[in-house]
Design a protein around this ligand. Structure first.
Ligand SMILES: *Cc1c(COP(=O)(O)O)cnc(C)c1O
Length: 444
């Protein structure tokens, strides 16, 4: 594996926004009670972010919580209680969303490889709509709906042309997601033959983690223009703008300014297309924005050493819980927002933060200014880790425990996922594992 480049970590704890709710001393107490490494989420921060979205989107817009951003049932349930629907992409996510109290009529399902079993499950559950990604998919959906004699709603997911501002990793232009405009038009042309499937509108998920409001205005405009062209002789009832709003994660990240987006969504370009009576409902699927800033990953220093002129602090947590800091699932690896035990500014020393894995990629942050007296037991806090954290990481790589998750709500705190040992994970899958037969046995 190649050595990672140096990533100087300028500011400590810059990201994370509403950090005031969870000062270091409170996190110390949580770390003592539940052990490290662990994830801590702040319910108030999630509610605040949801409120900002509600204020930014036009009245009556439907908000769908994308389950993949953080599938902890307590967190999905928190958004259910706030009136969110769900965006799901598997039968597992569908079952989870429904188990947390999100009614099927508020669930949309995306994904480029939905199997017949997936489509059948969606039809049986009577979800709000399948976001269809190809002509073949809508034909299979129609066949399945006919077979079971149930109606089903479909939304055509559009794969819009990539513009100059697009970044690597964007969901745009010749991707596996959705269909080009000509294909969507062709499907609309034969929609009568798809009964009992009804096409109700359009979807586009433009990007992920962008902090640039102009990006969204441009992409939303691209979608609205395409919807306008596709609405000749067809009146959409639903237009879904997808997700992608970023939240501060790296130390130098700004907050996303929602004002220009809010203004655009109420402006003449959108009104010209969706201003008819009755107007189509607008949908949004923001995940990272509502969960990212609310989460912290806590790990303790196990060993401190100096080698080749640098100080290293090896932590009990690593990229097996927080793969996102290694750059995977992100566009660029940049300094993350991290803080340690309070230090006198003049007495800090740049420190490499590494994890327990026997892999050079297990470096969580570089050149972080941390107290010169940092010692084993010191608590390190990574901010902005509420989205694409634990469940988007290779949890079993090298056989460590799955970290517990704790939800803080005001003065209350609650364990919302317990620590799971590696032998439990193995025993669950394999009846031959010695842990399935009892502890303390060496396999023959
Ligand atoms: C992942 C995903 C989302 C959520 O993206 P965020 O960047 O977390 O807002 C929304 N819609 C679809 C279709 C997705 O695949």
């Amino acid at each position: 594996m190649a050595e990672l480049p140096d990533i100087p970590n300028a500011g400590a704890g810059a990201a994370g926004g509403e950090a005031a709710n969870l000062p270091h001393a409170r996190l110390e107490g949580i770390a003592e009670r539940y052990g490290t490494p662990c994830f801590v989420y702040d319910a108030a921060a999630m509610r605040h972010a949801a409120g900002r979205l509600r204020a930014a989107f036009p009245e009556g817009a439907a908000l769908f919580y994308p389950v993949k951003a953080n599938p902890n049932p307590a967190i999905v349930g928190l958004f259910a209680a706030l009136g969110f629907g769900a965006e799901v992409a598997s039968r597992g996510e569908l079952a989870l969303a429904m188990a947390t109290g999100i009614p099927a009529k508020r669930i949309v399902w995306s994904g480029p490889a939905k199997t017949d079993d997936d489509l059948g499950a969606a039809v049986a559950a009577r979800i709000f709509a399948l976001q269809v990604e190809s002509p073949g998919e809508i034909q299979r959906l129609a066949a399945i709906a006919r077979q079971v004699g149930r109606p089903a709603a479909a939304v055509l997911r559009l794969d819009l042309p990539q513009d100059a501002g697009a970044r690597r990793g964007d969901w745009a232009g010749a991707s596996s997601f959705g269909m080009d405009e000509a294909t969507a038009a062709a499907i609309l042309g034969v929609r009568d033959r798809l009964a009992p499937v009804e096409i109700i509108g359009f979807h586009n998920h433009p990007t992920s983690g962008s902090l640039n409001a102009a990006d969204f205005v441009r992409r939303f405009a691209t979608l609205i223009e395409a919807v306008g062209r596709l609405s000749q002789g067809f009146a959409p009832r639903f237009v879904n703008f997808g997700g992608g709003f970023g939240a501060p994660f790296y130390a130098d990240d700004p907050a996303l300014d929602l004002d220009p987006i809010a203004a655009f969504l109420r402006g003449p370009e959108v009104q010209a297309v969706v201003g008819d009576a009755p107007p189509p409902q607008l949908g949004f699927e923001m995940g990272r924005y509502v969960t990212g800033p609310a989460g912290r990953y806590l790990a303790r220093v196990v060993a401190v050493k100096r080698t080749a002129g640098r100080r290293f602090a090896a932590l009990d947590g690593g990229i097996h819980h927080l793969m996102v800091v290694s750059g995977t699932l992100r566009f660029l690896r940049r300094p993350v927002a991290v803080s340690g035990p309070p230090a006198d500014e003049s007495k800090s020393e740049p420190t490499e933060l590494t994890g327990p894995l026997c892999a050079p990629t297990d470096r969580l942050a570089s050149a972080v200014p941390l107290s010169k007296t940092l010692a084993p037991g010191g608590l390190i806090v990574f901010s902005g880790c509420g989205a694409y954290g634990k469940q988007a990481s290779p949890l079993n790589f090298l056989g460590h425990d799955w970290p517990p998750e704790i939800l803080v709500d005001g003065d209350h705190e609650r364990l919302i996922a317990r620590r799971v040992r590696f032998d439990e994970v193995l025993a669950l899958q394999s009846p031959d594992h010695p842990a399935a037969a009892g502890p303390g046995r060496v396999p023959p």
